[in-house]
Every structure is written in C-alpha cells, then in structure tokens.
Design a protein around this ligand. Structure first.
Ligand code: AMP
Length: 216
C-alpha cells in the first residue's frame, strides 16, 4: 500500500507518517527531511536549497524528483511508502505519476489533512524537537514533563526549524494555497483522495486515517 500525505505545513503529515512507519512498517519519504539532511551535511543540494528553504519557497522540481526517485529505488518492493511533502505542485504530481508508472508502482490513497491557517500558525511557530532523539514538543500544547529535559531520552538540547518562524510560515502557507491545494482536484478526479479533519485531536486523526487505510 502506497500513499501521499497532502496538507499545509503543521497539519500533522509527518506525525501520521511516522506513526505508520511503526504500525504498518511503511517507509516515510519526506522531501523536507531529505533537504534538512542535505543542508546539515552541507552537500551541493543542501547549499543550493538553504536560502530558498529559509524563505519558505519551493526548491526546484528537478531536485525533488531526483531525491524521491533515488529513495524509491532503494525500497523493498513489498514495503509500502508514504510520500510526505511531495508532490507540492502540478509539475511534481505529473512527475510522480510518471516515475511510479515507470517503476511499476501504484498509488492507493491520497490523504488530505485539513487545518485552519490560524491554527497552523500557532502549531508551527511553537514547535521544537529534542536534538538527540527527535521527539517533538510545543511551547504551549506539548511541554516536556520536566522543563528543558526530553521525556523520551533525557536530552537537554532542543532545536527549532529555521523556517518555523512566522514570516517563512506565511510564505509557506501562501505557496500551499496557490500551488499545492489544487492537487486536491487532481487526485479527487482519480478517485483516491480522502479528507480528514486535521483540527481534531491526534488520536482522532489517527483513528480516521486507520479507518480509511483499513488498518483499524
Ligand atoms: P516540509 O518539511 O515538508 O514542511 O518542507 C520544508 C521546506 O522544504 C519547504 O518549505 C520547501 O522549501 C522545501 N520542500 C520540501 N518538499 C518540497 C517539495 N516537494 N518541493 C519543493 N520544495 C520542497
């Protein structure tokens, strides 16, 4: 089973994708994570992407399509994958379709997580992660039990994404509404789009997603 997680920044795509890697042994292919890794390692792609990423704009389709294609080639054929953060525009949707058909792969579900912009701003500008184990926290909604100490690993260093500030987020939301949201119609026409209320509690979103996937 292969799927796409569609939704604006902060909608919970990564949270759900990560959960499915545990519950259904799927592979999460997050283009944002791939770019953050490339930037941390200061690769050519990372250096090229950094200023664009920090402004909240889209990096080139070519870079994205190459990143995804390489990763797909390393997967076990019987392991399902989740495209998280890709496609982001019509050209990427076409490229993904073409790539999957060339590789003999199919797309079973496109899951749209729907969340109001104001809620996204509150979620994204307050989020941070443990630098050691990656557990996610939030200034208001999800603080560690002991201030400054990670609940999971006891780590005391935390990090925030360089694009999780209000200016970059507003730019990312504008890009989402203009370029990514129209993909709803594209996948709706193919009959594989399913919408979930991403404003609900995480457990409710997880339940709704599992129902769609037939995994409950
Ligand atoms: P994300 O982690 O999915 O929120 O992505 C963070 C940033 O990485 C985006 O604002 C873009 O700058 C870049 N990015 C991630 N995925 C894509 C993509 N499919 N196409 C273009 N840029 C992307």
């Amino acid at each position: 089973m292969n799927l796409i997680m569609l939704g604006p920044p902060g909608a919970g795509k990564g949270t759900q994708a990560q959960r499915l890697t545990q519950t259904l042994n799927m592979v999460q292919l997050s283009t944002g994570d791939m770019l953050r890794e490339a930037m941390a390692n200061e690769t050519e792609i990372g250096k090229q992407a950094k200023p664009i990423y920090d402004r909240g704009e889209l990096v080139s389709d070519e870079i994205i399509v190459d990143l995804i294609s390489e990763r797909l080639d390393t997967l076990d054929r019987d392991q399902g994958f989740i495209l998280d953060g890709v496609p982001r525009n019509a050209a990427q949707a076409d490229a993904v379709d073409k790539m999957l058909s060339e590789k003999g792969l199919t797309l079973d579900f496109v899951i749209e997580l729907d969340v109001d912009d104001d809620q996204l701003v509150a979620r994204v500008t307050g989020r941070y992660t443990c630098a050691k184990c990656g557990t996610g926290y939030h200034d208001t909604f999800q603080k560690p039990a002991v201030d400054g100490v990670c609940d999971t690993c006891g780590g005391t260093e935390f990090k925030r994404r360089s694009d999780d500030n209000e200016d970059a987020l507003r730019a990312r939301l504008a890009v989402y509404h203009e370029k990514t949201a129209p993909l709803r119609a594209y996948y709706g026409d193919k009959g594989i789009l399913h919408k979930i209320d991403g404003m609900a509690a995480v457990e409710a979103v997880s339940g709704a997603l599992d129902d769609i996937l037939g995994a409950s």
